[in-house]
Design a protein around this ligand. Structure first.
Ligand code: SF4
Length: 448
């Protein structure tokens, strides 16, 4: 087995790509206010090439940053509180989007953020997933250390094994440290990732006792609830800016599925009483009248009413350390839809509904954005979306950055075109070399 090398770009340690430096921003608890987003759009145009990536770890990436522009960009990001001043605090962590502020997921993630600089040094691609509610939404998201809900609370699961170890959330950071030290002490660095390591090294039985909570249905773009996707994970800063300004969006959760869940602030309400569970949740109240909403919030804050079952129409967000006031947030339906009309959905490459065929396609930036690319990927991905059965992966080279897992159909860029891998990864042996993209659907039918 070959060792996994490499690292993920960060804000402090950007990665050189074909179009300049890649500078990654990792929003805390997967949330960015509208001001944060507008600042990122502005910085992308001032210091980069105006192209923003959404990554599969729910991060944003500014592309095309010049070497001389990195230092002022970094200072601006640190100054805005979007990047930690200490580079050791920049470690990959993916948090379930749209969780309640007082949820177990948010508490565990907060504890990890505070301890980032004390955790053991690990290979650069290793990351933590925090998905600790009654159903898991991040089951398809890459992560080596997985805090997940279970029938009786919380587990920490090593990626690559089906069960984890029960964890008291107050000891979550200690458990993470213990599992990281087991990985290092047993020679995991050579494998580079947890799943590769546990495939050859037996994880002690106490780390494999409890099954995680069931996985929920995937959260797919649906503009009617403010969930907007970006084709192949890329958006122009000018387009994003326009959407935010025109729809008066209050902020957005970033998802690892290359999308954002937008929220609009509707009305200010009194802050919750201490201990009241009103941070971010959905409540059932009539939508006709803002006074009704405000009254309901007051009752909840005072403990006279309970937050009831989920209703996608309304959510409430509050935070002590994210500087969010207590607000009622609505899915920005009408305003978002008219902003999108204005922006031009097709031109902007926006994904507004779950049946968009591009949701079953992964395509890395390819040429000319990536210096290692042997082919342009996204035009091919766009051309084949919906014409190929199953999951399609179009990769600019055999590295396969856009998708680590196998896909039904993988096209791998070469010096002479594209090779075809069936049911595999970009690095696997191709079934057919130099395929004709135009007739690929027919070829796939012949191959069965
Ligand atoms: S798969 Fe290759 S071409 Fe695509 S982004 Fe990664 S290194 Fe670049």
């Amino acid at each position: 087995m070959s060792a996994v090398r490499g690292w993920c770009p960060s804000a402090h340690r950007p990665m050189q790509s074909g179009d300049g430096l890649l500078v990654r921003v990792q929003p805390r608890l997967a949330w960015l206010s509208a001001d944060d987003l507008l600042l990122i759009c502005d910085l992308s145009e001032r210091f980069g090439n105006g192209v923003i990536d959404l990554t599969s770890r729910a991060n944003l990436q500014l592309r095309g940053v010049g070497t001389d522009d990195h230092a002022p960009l970094l200072q601006a990001l640190i100054g805005a509180g979007l990047v930690a001043a200490d580079p050791r605090a920049e470690r990959p962590i993916t948090v379930a989007p749209a969780v309640t502020r007082d949820s177990r997921t948010a508490r565990v993630a907060d504890a990890i953020y505070k301890s980032m600089t004390d955790l053991p040094e690990l290979p650069g691609k290793m990351g933590t997933v925090v998905d600790a509610e009654e159903t898991r939404v991040l089951s398809d998201v890459s992560g080596d250390f997985r805090f997940e809900g279970c029938a009786n609370g919380l587990i920490l699961r090593a990626d690559g094994v089906p069960r984890g170890r029960p964890v008291d959330e107050r000891n979550a950071v200690q458990a993470l440290t213990d599992l990281a030290l087991w990985f290092l002490d047993t020679g995991g660095t050579g494998a580079g990732r947890m799943a590769r390591h546990v495939a050859t090294k037996t994880l002690p039985p106490e780390w494999q006792t409890v099954e995680p909570a069931p996985a929920s249905k995937p959260m797919l773009p649906d503009v009617s609830v403010g969930h907007l996707g970006f084709a192949f994970g890329q958006v122009a800063a000018g387009v994003l800016n326009k959407i935010i300004v025109k729809s008066d969006i209050y902020g957005a959760y970033l998802t690892p599925w290359r999308s954002m869940i937008f929220r609009s602030r509707v009305v200010d309400v009194p802050p919750p009483s201490r201990g009241a569970s009103v941070h971010q949740a959905d409540i059932q109240v009539p939508l006709d009248s803002l006074t009704d909403v405000s009254d309901a919030m007051t009752d909840i804050s005072a403990g006279r009413a309970n937050i009831s079952d989920l209703n996608p129409d309304i959510s409430i967000v509050a935070s002590e350390d994210r500087d969010l006031p207590t607000d009622i947030l609505l899915s920005p339906r009408g305003a978002l839809c008219s902003a999108l009309k204005d922006v031009g959905i097709d031109v902007a490459g926006l994904v507004t509904h779950a049946s968009d065929p591009r949701l079953s396609v992964d395509a890395c930036p390819g040429a000319p954005q990536c210096a290692s690319a042997l082919a342009a990927t996204r035009p091919v991905a766009q051309q084949l979306a919906g014409r190929v059965e199953g999951w399609l992966h179009v990769s600019g080279c055999a590295k396969g950055c856009a998708r680590a897992r196998p896909a039904d159909v993988t096209l791998v860029g070469t010096a002479s075109g594209f090779d075809l891998v069936i049911q595999g990864r970009a690095g696997d042996t191709p079934r057919v070399r130099d395929v004709d993209i135009e007739t690929l659907p027919e070829l796939l039918e012949q191959l069965g």
